[in-house]
Design a protein around this ligand. Sequence first.
Ligand code: NAD
Length: 399
Amino acid sequence: MNRKPDDQRTLSRRSFLAAGAASAAAAGTGWSALAGPPAPLAAGPGDPVRAGLIGVGGRGTRHLETALKNNYVSIAAVCDLDEGRLNHAAGLVEAAGGRKPALHTDYRKLLEDPSIEAVFSATPCVAHYRIYMDCIAAGKHLYGEKPMCISVKEADDIVSQQEKHPQVKVQIGFQRRCNPRTMEGIKLIREDKVLGPLVEGRAAFNNAWGGKFGLGGPGSWQSRVLESGDWMVEQAVHSWDVINWVAGATPRQAFGLGNRELFRSNDPGRDVSDFYCAILEYPGNFIVQFSHSWISPNDPAFSGHHERFIGLLGGIDLTAGKITYSDRSDRKDKTQLVQPEIEDETTLAINSFIDCIRHDRIPHSTVYNGRDATLVGLLVRKAVYERRAVTWEEMLKSS
Ligand SMILES: NC(=O)c1ccc[n+]([C@@H]2O[C@H](COP(=O)([O-])OP(=O)(O)OC[C@H]3O[C@@H](n4cnc5c(N)ncnc54)[C@H](O)[C@@H]3O)[C@@H](O)[C@H]2O)c1
């Protein structure tokens, strides 16, 4: 079940900086305990948040470009294993009128900088766990890309780490959580019950991009289960997060079938499921069918990403923001648009994270929904690999 971080206490930014400095020292990532932490900066809601980035590949560059447009962020440091990417990121900061950021190849050095309040992290999934645990221990607010992590133990550890450091704002990179269309659509379903009892979900991630042989070339992290978690963890986690939110619960069981051989002749080590489909059962006999692939021809008849939900009174296309009421509904207008005009989701999510820090509020996407979304990915993965129905309890015991 989704749990609410009701017990998260909040601190002012000034006391956050003091707490963060002490945490970094305690975590062994910062200053010696004898020397003590540096004096906290006098940051208030009007001051820019000093941020660092860990991982500036495709997604991290998007974080950087978006953060550079936010007047309340200053980029103080960047870390990547790849020097070319580091220099490219530094160039973007300077071109936007900023000072050259400190450049690191070891993220722990970035975390040792007491002046850094917040971190954006976008590395291959396998690296998330260690980086997120260390960021939180160092007292840095974290925008950490999805999936939060790729195993049950990692998910539980990150939740515990957040609970030990409640002053740290952790936002997991599910940008749909900050999208007013998704928020309003889910309110209409759950609170206003405009669809009546939910019966069916239809969702898909049928990709017609990513190159001839699925995303990631031979040997890339996206092509390896150990590094990505497989597509049901790496990519479908966006959908699981939305479906859990709609259901207000996690599934009881899932069944699945798939194919891990499709592009193996191009890359003998490729072991991800470039096609699978799954059926998930949520409480209340709410059944969701899901299809996910990298083989779709580039035609909307075959490709695209959507989450649609049908109740006895109508259906919502949450992705498009449209409700269509059925003849069983007594509404006169049979269609309703939900927030038809929205800004770019990544911009909404990154601005929302900065706003949480400045105004001391809880992020819309937390470690709790991050944990649940990863666990659904693990449930579906086990079902697909074992070609059978797998219960939530079995998944928790085995992953
Ligand atoms: N929210 C979204 O819509 C969205 C979209 C794309 C990717 N993502 C997620 O973002 C993450 C990154 O994906 P990507 O497409 O940018 O991958 P990428 O391969 O383009 O970039 C990853 C970067 O991380 C760097 N890196 C690897 N290990 C590191 C470490 N220990 N310390 C510092 N840097 C390290 C790599 O050198 C590389 O530059 C993944 O978790 C992915 O699932 C999210």
